[in-house]
Design a protein around this ligand. Structure first.
Ligand code: GRF
Length: 203
């Protein structure tokens, strides 16, 4: 499976995907890592792994839509069959996403549908939730609103702050995302009739 990854930050989820591939747990070829931040650590990881990289600076585009159209044109040109958002911090235009619905996954650090958007750990703590987690979902025009494929959960510990909670959640993300992408690569997870199917049955 040819995969392109979009990342804006340090890239620990990208690293987890590459490691899963190296361990033989993910039958994938990484064709591109693209970022909106030239300094993203994810780009350094991609370079070290010999994966082609692309930086699109939003300031070089007249508007959000122009940026997104260029990004998706580059994704199509890369031959990617699946696009994985791994810490990509831009909201993508619904029209640009449309052709990729069913071929784009995102990992979001909350137990969706709770806490769509930003500051998810802080919001779970503020709500006094007993548990938190991460979700991998198909990307649709609705921000963090596409069908959830799988989730990982962990108990919230008394007195911890959002940074500690985020740090404790990351290792679970690093298992969850590669596992879901591996299901796609194995043809076990697919998109049919407008929704996700797993092992031949609607999810
Ligand atoms: C992760 O917590 C992910 O859930 C969220 O942003 C963070 C990205 O971290 N979307 P990294 O860049 O993969 O280390």
């Amino acid at each position: 499976l040819r995969i392109a990854v979009l990342a804006s930050g340090r890239g620990s989820n990208l690293a987890a995907l590459l490691a899963a591939r190296d361990r033989g747990e993910l039958a994938a070829e990484f064709v591109l890592v693209a970022s909106d931040k030239a300094q993203a650590g994810a780009l350094r990881l991609a370079e070290a792994a010999g994966v082609p990289t692309l930086v699109l600076d939003p300031r070089s585009y007249p508007d959000r839509r122009a940026f997104d159209l260029e990004l998706f044109a580059q994704l199509a040109a890369s031959g990617a069959e699946l696009v994985v958002l791994a810490g990509f911090m831009r909201i993508l235009d619904g029209e640009a996403i449309a052709p990729w619905v069913g071929r784009m996954l995102n990992i979001h650090p909350s137990l969706l549908p709770k806490y769509r958007g930003l500051h998810t750990h802080r919001r779970a703590l503020a709500a006094g939730d007993l548990e938190h987690g991460a979700s991998v979902h198909f990307v649709t025009a609705e921000l963090d609103g596409g069908p959830v494929v799988a989730q990982a959960t962990l108990p919230i510990e008394a007195g911890e702050d959002e940074h500690r909670l985020a740090q404790r959640l990351l290792p679970l993300e690093h298992r969850l995302l590669p596992a879901v992408v591996a299901l796609m690569a194995a043809g076990r997870l697919a998109w049919r009739d407008g929704g996700p199917w797993l092992d031949g049955a609607p999810l």
